[in-house]
Design a protein around this ligand. Structure first.
Ligand SMILES: Cc1cc2nc3c(=O)[nH]c(=O)nc-3n(C[C@H](O)[C@H](O)[C@H](O)COP(=O)(O)OP(=O)(O)OC[C@H]3O[C@@H](n4cnc5c(N)ncnc54)[C@H](O)[C@@H]3O)c2cc1C
Length: 365
């Protein structure tokens, strides 16, 4: 049985990849097992935002974790860039959330004020229609204003995933079917292969629910579908990422961001795509003339309350759960804060609110 690993990470999406990379960067011998291309993979279908504003209302530990991650992202991008020669396309110029009515503006203002009061000031502020127009030419009349957060950004999530895999002992087409827990040892079976390590992380996205129960963890995640439209390459329209559209380094504009509970259905639907196109062309009327070159649907990995799950198994210490719905944003913290803590044998105390046991007694579980 191949042994000699300090840590086996199960699930090679952005959550597992970032944790495995962080542990590897600390000198651990890490194996990353991944089901591969036939699996549901949020890491391959997402929007690429490193997004802070509005996250963690009513949950300051999540707001702080998100902010910490955005601050750690440049270190992760630089280290991966040095190791692989890959430019992750990270830009953190600040992000805009557009409002398309007075009511949306008021609601957004309340949210921003609430977050300021609960979690402190990071410079997020409301911009009037005139202010936002002076930052972004070409906006439609429908835009009544926006919130702006100076620490928001975006990156190329496919390059991030590829760079993580390149630097790791990454094994695709290894669907883990069984985990046997023994004192200080986990025996992980994938096909006819067996691997052993004293620590494991379950970060298998939508596959986590099933695996977690094998080691006394609880990860009741479900799919929430999102659909994305990508245009042809356009002249530079937008220097800032926004929660609904962003322009990539190459010039394509990505439009989102739907959220639907349709089970494991990954088909796009015209009605949803139309809504996405309608809202975004109200923001940028010039997009009406752009050709669409791609559209897809992908499944988010969502816990019942939408917050991450991080936990070490009480029953089988050494087994950890890690899942969240913002694996791009949280990659910095997963790599540079969570992974070292897992190697040291504990989930950071600042993440105590995110144990999977919180779902054990409610209907949501
Ligand atoms: C439409 C959309 C837009 C999004 N936009 C953003 C965004 O702008 N910013 C942001 O931060 N996040 C965004 N996300 C979320 C982000 O993509 C995910 O949080 C991120 O991909 C991390 O997911 P993950 O690693 O938990 O799961 P996945 O990426 O789904 O990876 C799970 C991995 O586990 C593997 N696996 C499953 N079962 C097994 C098993 N039994 N054995 C071995 N391997 C297994 C699979 O092969 C897969 O590779 C978006 C998601 C979607 C769908």
């Amino acid at each position: 049985m191949p042994g000699g690993y300090d840590l086996i990470v199960i699930g090679g999406g952005l959550v597992g990849g970032a944790i495995a990379w962080g542990a590897r960067a600390r000198g651990a011998a890490v194996l990353l097992l991944d089901e591969g291309d036939i699996a549901y993979r949020a890491a391959r279908g997402n929007f690429g935002l490193v997004w802070v504003q509005g996250k963690g209302a009513g949950m300051p530990p999540y707001a702080r974790w998100t902010r910490e991650s955005a601050a750690l992202w440049p270190t992760l991008a630089a280290a991966l860039g040095d190791a692989t020669g890959t430019d992750l396309g990270l830009h953190q110029p600040g992000g805009l959330a557009f409002c398309l009515s007075d009511q949306e503006f008021e609601e957004r203002e309340l949210l921003i004020r609430r977050m300021h009061n609960e979690s402190g000031d990071i410079g997020t502020r409301m911009l009037t229609r005139e202010q936002v127009r002076s930052m972004v030419p070409g906006l439609g009349d429908a835009v009544t204003g926006a919130s702006f957060c100076p620490v928001d950004g975006h990156a190329n999530p496919l390059r991030l995933l590829k760079a993580l895999h390149q630097t790791l002992d990454y094994r695709a087409n290894r669907k883990v079917a069984a985990i046997e827990a023994r004192p200080n040892q986990f025996i992980v079976r994938a096909g006819d292969e067996t691997y052993i390590a004293p620590r494991i992380v379950i970060s298998a996205g939508l596959g986590s629910r099933q695996l977690a129960g094998m080691v006394g963890l609880h990860m009741p995640v479900s799919p929430i579908q999102g659909q994305i439209i990508v245009t042809e390459r356009l002249r530079r329209l937008l220097d800032y990422p926004t929660h609904l559209l962003r322009q990539t380094d190459e010039g394509s504009v990505m439009l989102g961001d739907s959220q639907e509970d349709v089970g494991f259905d990954t088909r796009t639907r015209i009605a949803v795509l139309k809504q996405i196109a309608d809202r975004n062309t109200r923001i940028f009327p010039a997009l009406k003339d752009a050709s669409i070159i791609r559209m897809w649907a992908a499944l988010r990995v969502m816990s019942p309350d939408g917050l991450p799950i991080y936990e070490q198994s009480e029953q089988f210490p050494g087994a950890f759960a890690a899942t969240c719905h913002s694996g791009v944003t949280l990659a910095g913290a997963h790599a540079l804060a969570l992974a070292p803590a897992i190697l040291d044998g504990a989930v950071p105390a600042s993440l105590a609110a995110f144990g999977g046991a919180r779902f054990m007694h409610g209907a949501a579980a």
